[in-house]
Design a protein around this ligand. Structure first.
Ligand code: WT7
Length: 634
């Protein structure tokens, strides 16, 4: 088997050569990368695709199991090396090192638990768990038996959890009694109980004991620790086709219903591993920490699959950056001699608000590479990160990608290609981005805002939206036929560096979380006194964007109580992350003559750009604009 290291860029010249090769001859290029993994049977065809259907197939006919690549194949060289380094919420509790051998055993055991409970290849399994090693075990066990995992972030509400379970008809739920988060405990099982009242498809629930809090166990609910006693630790990996489903991960969109993005086995495997090594330049014995939650794609691709595929040591942190104090991240960096630290701009901005002494008390000399993900990083935050954390000696990779892309699409390669603050810089090897004007023509003009699109398939592109291929086609492939349309704007500078300029649709990135405004409006509109609402994002110092809701009431009563009720409703329906920062009761919403809400105007009001609102005369109700502006100092 060839070594993947032969294809990792070690200089900017390497990057240029590999990039050129990958564009000139994508199929033979990716075939070489794929050949560095372990397959049970070789593929018949590297790539077949059709942007109109849309359909993308990579390595069809190739048989594999991704967990053999994450675990079994490392047992020869690095059985005793730490695979998962677990840092608990409470610093008093001991951290745990789980070697590749141990992780392999645990995954095999839990795979047998799944089988004992009648989980079969193709069944969907929902995972709603805290950031503990068993979450990784559950994910990999699903993959090992060929079940499709659907991890739901443990901050989501019962309603949101139920909607996701029902959308993909999950057969099993894996959860925990509770989770620790800072100085709070969250009653995960209680939330799950509420969700399950509305779910008909779950046959069995497996419950991990984490907090020890009192919970109700119903007849089909079993303790993880009891189930484990019934099995041994040998479990052959189920043979999967490269194009079989590996997982579903929900992301929000412009309509109320979350989109279950489907990723498949082979392409996702090679792309996450290949980008992990190129972007982070991970070397043996490095200790890599991505602070995301496995409930998001960042955790799937760059805590679990990418690092484990490459035999890395990947840190899992259960807690929050502010507990017990604002120095927690830096204490952990010192404690575990972290070499690679990958986080979100919102965390950097929040921590930068606190005295520098929180940073200075920790020895950060082990750090080699810093990363940023989830939203644009502003120059101030970039500089703070560079100076205070990286001590100006660590390259910063600003990685642009999405749940839908599976892996990093634009980024510099740490220490190999040039970085530039606020620019994600260059396409990954194999990625062909373009900028389009609003009519869909490719533009080459420098420093001019355009619509980002990708004109050739890559191995980890999401294959469909679970149960709704039409929506997949409409959202990503219809606005600009022949391209994948991610929903972001971008520009390129004179050196062809890409800078992401923000969303061009109704998705708002709040603290790095992708939130559709429509589902939040749907939640608000459930309030008996609400007639209609419009939610928009506005720039926020720490969160990047925050949400402001403009709400029309049946019986106008502008008071705190109704605002609290609306916030509680959003929290209950979606989760606390979706709560608007500002709720403004308005007499009406600006509308076009066809009745469409003019969000552009609301965005300007919320961003304090009222001098720049533009022509409102074509509105159905131009007078409300002034009313909204006059009332907006609340
Ligand atoms: C959206 C995708 C990437 C995994 C986590 C978020 C925004 C993401 C960057 C970046 C500017 C970014 C985009 C993208 N975004 N990374 N480095 N610079 N914007 O995944 O929840 O699917 O959100 O996050 O708007 O489309 P997601």
């Amino acid at each position: 088997m060839e070594n993947i290291d032969n294809y990792i860029a070690k200089s900017s010249k390497d990057y240029n050569n590999l990039y050129k090769e990958s564009i000139k001859n994508p199929e033979s290029f990716w075939e070489k990368i794929a050949s560095t993994f372990s397959w049970k049977k070789k593929w018949n065809n590297v790539l077949s695709y059709d942007f109109n259907k849309p359909e993308f197939k990579w390595f069809e006919g190739g048989k594999l199991n991704i967990t053999e690549n994450c675990l079994d194949r490392h047992l020869i060289e690095r059985a005793d090396q730490t695979a998962i380094l677990f840092e608990p919420n409470n610093p008093e509790e001991e951290s745990k090192k789980i070697s590749y051998k141990e992780l392999h055993q645990k995954v095999c055991e839990f795979s047998n638990v799944l089988k004992n409970n009648k989980v079969k290849k193709g069944d969907r399994v929902c995972i709603y768990m805290p950031m503990v090693p068993e979450l990784t075990v559950a994910v990999l066990a699903c993959a090992r038996v060929g079940a499709v995992h659907s991890v739901v972030f443990a901050g989501f509400s019962a309603t949101a959890l139920a909607a996701r379970i029902n959308d993909s008809q999950c057969k099993m739920l894996i959860t925990a009694d509770g989770s620790f988060r800072g100085n709070k405990t969250i009653a995960l099982k209680e939330i799950a109980d509420k969700a399950l009242l509305d779910c008909k498809t779950i046959d069995t629930t497996i419950v991990l004991k984490r907090t020890g809090q009192k919970i109700l166990m119903n007849p089909n609910e079993k303790w993880w620790h009891d189930e484990i006693l019934k099995v041994d630790d040998s479990c052959p990996a189920t043979e999967m086709d490269s194009e079989d489903m590996l997982f579903i991960l929900y992301t929000s969109g412009s309509t109320g219903k979350p989109k279950g993005m489907v990723h498949s086995c082979g392409g996702y495997m090679i792309y996450t591993a290949y980008t992990f090594l190129n972007v982070f330049q991970y070397k043996p014995n490095d200790v890599y920490w991505c602070t995301a939650d496995i409930g998001w794609i960042t955790g799937h691709s760059y805590i679990v699959y990418g690092p484990l595929l490459c035999g890395a040591t990947s840190v899992m942190f259960e807690g929050v950056p502010s507990y017990p104090n604002y120095d927690r991240f830096w204490n952990i960096c010192e404690k575990h001699k972290i070499t690679h630290f990958y986080t979100a701009p919102t965390a950097i901005r929040a921590l930068a608000k606190h005295p520098l002494s929180f940073v200075q008390n920790s020895n950060l000399s082990s750090l080699k590479v810093l990363g940023s993900v989830g939203e644009p990083i502003n120059e101030e935050a970039w500089n703070w990160y560079n100076v205070n954390i990286g001590k100006k000696k660590c390259p910063i990779v600003d990685t642009w990608w999405q749940t839908e892309t599976g892996g990093i699409m634009l980024s510099s390669l740490a220490g190999i290609t040039d970085q530039k603050p606020t620019f994600a810089t260059k396409p990954m090897i194999g990625i062909q981005p373009v900028l389009l004007d609003s009519s869909g023509n490719e533009i080459n003009e420098k420093n001019k805002d355009g619509i980002l699109a990708i004109k050739f398939p890559w191995p980890s592109i999401a294959r469909t939206i679970y149960g709704d291929h039409n929506r997949y086609k409409n959202v990503y492939f219809s606005a600009y036929p022949g391209y994948y349309f991610p929903g972001d704007g971008a520009l390129i500078d004179n050196e062809n560096n890409y800078r992401i300029t923000g969303r061009v649709d109704d998705v708002v990135i709040v603290s790095g979380h992708n939130l559709g405004t429509a589902p939040i409006e749907d939640a608000i509109n459930q309030h008996p006194n609400v007639v209609e609402s419009a939610v928009i994002g506005y720039p926020h110092e720490i969160k990047g964007n925050a949400l402001r809701a403009f709400v029309i009431l049946m019986k106008p009563e502008d008071n705190i109580q109704i605002k609290d009720e609306i916030k509680a409703l959003v929290s209950k329906t979606i989760g606390p992350i979706a709560k608007p920062d500002i709720i403004q009761i308005v007499p009406g919403l600006p509308k076009t003559r066809s009745g469409k809400i003019m969000r552009r105007i609301l965005r300007k009001i919320a961003s304090d750009e009222i001098d720049n609102i533009g022509d409102v005369s074509t509105l159905l109700n131009p007078e409300v604009v002034d009313q909204i502006i006059n009332d907006s100092n609340i």
